[in-house]
Design a protein around this ligand. Sequence first.
Ligand code: PXP
Length: 239
Amino acid sequence: MLRLGVNVDHVATVRQARRIDVPDPVEAALLAEKGGADGITVHLREDRRHIQERDVELLRERARTKVNLEMAVTPEMVRLAERLRPDDACFVPERREELTTEGGLDVSAHQGKIRDAVQRLQGRGIRVSLFIDPEEEQIAAGREVGAHGVELHTGRYCNAAGDRAVELEQVAAAASLARRLGLEVHGGHGLNYANVLPVARLPEMVELNIGHSIVARAVMVGMEQAVREMKALLIKARM
Ligand code: PXP
């Protein structure tokens, strides 16, 4: 089975634009579950620009599926993850120096720090995946540090012009290597309704995490209804 993890960060971004309590990413997550999401993904950033700690706490209480916390590999975030106890954690780069050229976490260059963080969280029953570029060196390092899995960065594939065959092959080869090394294989970043199928067909993929395209589509399919409800109120006001 291929799991769909729905990332609701953008819902929190809209809320934070007003610093009030709507739209609530937790409510959005519950609706995503109704639609068939197999898990909810949130990125608690160090600058708290969208998702807040309160969101993760409420998600832990209310989500019926699993909660996947994307986080930087910092002592503060590791302590928070130990307290918040998500089902899964995905280590992502937040600082420029943690990035490889294409944007995944440079596990190879930060093995010691990442190994410690993986051990701490996995010792508490939280499965850790590492968000990396689809490259052999990073996959091998991912295995070295003892992670449960890797989330392959699909951005290069999604952003490529033309038929994207080369970039798809990089993801496919990375998925195959990771699986052979015993790592669970996830994918994400930039996936949308038009480009998801070839990635979803890779046999080693067990989870895709998708945010932007789903939230963007939700705005479009919800707009007509939202306006209809407001218009009905205005008509009622003058009856
Ligand atoms: N996976 C990871 C590790 C991410 O950081 C993101 C973006 O927050 C996603 C998946 C989802 O990417 P998108 O919003 O482009 O679908």
